[in-house]
Design a protein around this ligand. Structure first.
Ligand SMILES: [Fe+2]
Length: 366
């Protein structure tokens, strides 16, 4: 049985609960197996239930593939401003040039048995980092990048850049920053061996196609086994879809069995998958992503996850936002126990603590 976590706002009639739902006093309000209807959804809302676990028929890796509630409606807002800026265009040029280089080099590694030139690859990542001279943070710039078809290599480059920033946030030294940057770059190398029609398919994958996709961690490990790379880089390729609760693949490893580098790459990987524009949907906004991650404390390593989310949330202190009730304001404080719901100071000087008022949230950054 595959289980998906959703926000109450995403609940639809016909969905089936994958666990008992209790109110804040511990009283059962809807048992496991309940099929949602309008009345039950309203009841759950009335009890301030935020998150539900529901049963999904096929275990789609990209859990947001069909989610419309998370669609980012940032156009003409903050992200549109980034896309229009000259600095972004310069960055995009350098990014795309490096993605081409990465694609050529990794194809030669896989199909011509060439030796991986880790230093050469790291040089091209550094070039991309140095090409960002804009006032916008790298995370936001990356989320504006996508929209073209070479998903594997652009995604690998993004994950590598996110890992590079993340390693700095974790206080790592230069050697470990490089290791994580390289691990991010190579984590999906096994996808080179998966048919392109499956990788780039914009619609829902069949069970058979999904089974084939799920082979990429082992294929990646096999490719890297004969390459002169650190064993933790091989482990990142093999284990980046493992989950701490044992529900991941390919081996269903648990927390202590998963390599730390793979745990860090896993967070960067999911963050990029959620924020990036894809063929089939717009990326999610940062605060929705943070809220989603906050529900996943049993999936990712909490020590790494909390540092990542805190740092992401802090990037937006001072940002102007529009709330879902139409109020405009500035983020003035992050709530450490609810990072996705900061305190916003409205234009008429009213402090709105989104962690207390769950009926509204950030609609977009402006
Ligand atoms: Fe992957």
């Amino acid at each position: 049985m595959a289980v998906k976590r959703i926000l109450i706002s995403e609940a639809k009639e016909g969905m089936e609960l994958a666990g008992d739902v209790y109110d804040t006093k511990g009283r059962l309000i809807a048992p496991f197996g309940t099929v949602l209807d309008k009345e039950i959804i309203r009841k759950l809302e009335n009890y301030d239930v935020v998150v539900l676990k529901i049963i999904v028929k096929s275990d789609i890796d990209d859990i947001f593939m069909e989610s419309s509630a998370y669609e980012r409606s940032e156009e003409s807002g903050y992200f549109e401003k980034i896309k229009q800026s000259e600095d972004f265009k310069t960055f995009r040029y350098s990014f795309e040039e490096s993605v081409d280089e990465l694609s050529n080099k990794l194809n030669e590694v896989v199909y011509k048995n060439e030796e991986i030139d880790i230093n050469g690859l790291l040089e091209s990542v550094k070039k991309v980092i140095n090409s960002n001279s804009s006032r916008y943070n790298l995370m936001d710039i990356l989320s504006c990048m996508r929209g073209y078809d070479d998903l594997t290599f652009a995604h690998s480059m993004s994950v590598s850049l996110i890992c590079n920033v993340f390693a700095g946030w974790l206080g790592y030294g230069a050697k470990d920053v490089e290791l994580l940057t390289a691990a991010g770059l190579l984590h999906d190398i096994g996808k080179i061996k998966i048919p392109k029609e499956i990788i780039a398919k914009p619609s829902r994958l069949t069970d058979e196609e999904y089974r084939i996709i799920k082979m990429h961690p082992i294929l990646g490990y096999e490719i890297l086994k004969s390459q002169p790379v650190d064993n933790r880089i091989r482990n990142a390729a093999l284990m980046h879809h493992e989950k701490c609760d044992g529900s991941g693949y390919p081996q269903g490893l648990k927390r202590n069995q998963i390599d730390d580098v793979a745990k860090i790459v896993a967070i960067a990987d999911v963050y990029d998958a959620m924020t990036a524009n894809r063929v089939y949907r717009e990326g999610m906004s940062p605060f929705d992503v943070i809220e989603y991650f906050e529900m996943c404390i049993d999936i990712f390593e909490p020590g790494y996850l909390m540092i990542f989310l805190q740092k992401i949330a802090l990037l937006y202190v001072g940002s102007t936002v529009l709330l879902t009730d139409g109020t405009e304001g500035k983020i003035i404080m992050i709530n450490s126990t609810s990072l996705g719901r900061p305190v916003v100071l409205s234009t008429n000087n009213k402090a709105i603590d989104l962690s207390k008022d769950k009926s509204i949230k950030i609609a977009k950054l402006i």
